[in-house]
Ligand binder design. Structure first.
Ligand SMILES: Cc1cc2nc3c(=O)[nH]c(=O)nc-3n(C[C@H](O)[C@H](O)[C@H](O)COP(=O)(O)OP(=O)(O)OC[C@H]3O[C@@H](n4cnc5c(N)ncnc54)[C@H](O)[C@@H]3O)c2cc1C
Length: 385
């Protein structure tokens, strides 16, 4: 991937923001189990980091996808993965469908202030009884005059306790039932609507600074015009939106692996055992070298995929492979970093334990490894739906 001066200027702006506005506060936010999303997103909006690829007509940057890769590389320098994940939800997971298929009115009302960082949003697909199997969702929106009345529960929703609106996947066709792929829509739901509530904030093993919530929709009424694009196409729109989510998730995670290896290398250089720096031990050198090599290969694949995505090509398969391989590699890197730090790898006072906990999510969130494998088996004709 070729980077221009414009990319580098943007990179420096994001790096400064990470170093000055995020990393100094990360310990406090991890402890609190939440970060101030409105405050931070306004700062990201001010440097144009939220709406990079979106239409300038609605406050976007009109940039190509390569800038999103740069953004993720720099956000990967955050000292906790929860913050980049929450930012990615705002930039690349909850907003692509609205930007692609939403009406002008919806974009004016919801996308524009979100890209400025004045509003916080969430993507609400998963439910208590349906995660991997998106077609299993049961949240329903029933037409009543000019409105939709929505009832259901959503689970694991990132930014869920702070969001101003959610991009919700629900069944809008009365005949559509759990198991069906048709008859769903993506709907903009303002979180100050009567009947909307946060059921609970989930206490998690990792990504602790990011708030994750169970949401309850009890007869929430929204205008039927809040449906994004063509009613009934929500499942397909969400599958398309997952492509952005999986790619950006992979960019973030690969940046995290490289930083973790760099920090481990420095630690091994500084710490001695048996009369020499630990890094002088060939076993440790080779293990790190092996992992650097794997990071290079996966990152090369990601950059190649980013270029194809920039060119407007369908990268469903590549996004799936990327998500799978980055998740597995992040786990391997994290485990090795803990091992090579010895006791300090097991202590909360260093970065390693947090990285180990955070990295574990990559193989689960946005579709588990097994779901990625399932997509590949479908593409290879080994199985049918
Ligand atoms: C921190 C965090 C943040 C999240 N943020 C969001 C969010 O913002 N919005 C949102 O909608 N969702 C979000 N999720 C939900 C996430 O996408 C789901 O957890 C994930 O898709 C897995 O679904 P599940 O947890 O219901 O697992 P299940 O569907 O119950 O699956 C459990 C396990 O079974 C295995 N499995 C599943 N299907 C198959 C299969 N076909 N073949 C073989 N094995 C299989 C996998 O190992 C899987 O991990 C988040 C989750 C976490 C933990």
């Amino acid at each position: 991937m070729k980077f221009t001066e414009e990319h580098e200027a943007f990179r420096q702006a994001v790096r400064r923001l990470v170093e000055e506005e995020i990393n100094p506060h990360v310990n406090e936010w991890e402890e609190a189990g939440i970060f101030p999303a409105h405050d931070l997103f306004a700062k990201l909006g001010a440097i144009g980091a939220i709406g990079l690829e979106y239409d300038p007509e609605f406050g976007g940057g009109g940039a190509d996808h390569s800038f999103t890769y740069v953004l993720a590389q720099e956000l990967g320098r955050c000292d906790a993965a929860g913050i980049p994940m929450a930012i990615a939800v705002q930039c690349s997971m909850a907003t692509p469908a609205l930007a692609r298929y939403g009406s002008e009115e919806l974009k004016r009302q919801w996308l524009e202030p979100t890209l400025r960082g004045e509003m916080v949003c969430s993507i609400a697909v998963s439910e208590p009884d349906a995660g991997s199997d998106v077609a299993g969702i049961s949240t329903r929106a029933v037409r009543d005059g000019d409105d939709l009345v929505i009832t259901g529960r959503k689970m694991w929703i990132t930014n869920g306790t702070q969001a101003d609106w959610i991009c919700l996947l629900a069944r809008t066709d009365d005949a559509s039932k759990p198991g069906d792929y048709h008859g769903m829509s993506l709907i903009i739901v303002p979180t100050d609507s009567p009947g909307f509530s946060v059921g609970r904030k989930i206490d998690k093993m990792g990504n602790r600074s990011s708030d994750t919530a169970e949401l309850i929709l009890d007869g929430v009424r929204v205008p039927a015009t809040n449906v994004i694009g063509e009613p009934g196409r929500g499942f397909q729109q969400q599958m398309n939106q997952f492509q952005d989510e999986r790619l950006v998730g992979a960019y973030l995670a690969i940046a995290g692996t490289r930083r973790a290896l760099d920090r481990t290398k420095e630690y091994l250089q500084d710490r001695s055992a048996f009369g020499k720096p630990l890094l002088a031990n060939q076993h440790l050198q080779y293990r790190l070298a092996e992992l650097y090599a794997e990071v290079d290969i996966v990152d090369g694949f990601l950059q190649h995929t980013a270029e194809r995505f920039t060119a407007g090509e369908d990268v469903t398969r590549e996004a799936t492979v990327a998500k799978l391989k980055v998740g597995r590699l992040a786990r391997e890197v994290a485990d090795t970093c803990v091992q090579f730090h010895g006791g300090m790898g097991y202590a909360e006072e260093m970065w390693v334990a947090r990285y180990y906990r955070d990295a574990r999510l990559v193989s689960i969130g946005g579709g588990a490894d097994e779901v990625m494998l399932r997509i590949i088996t479908l593409m290879e004709g080994m199985t049918k739906r």
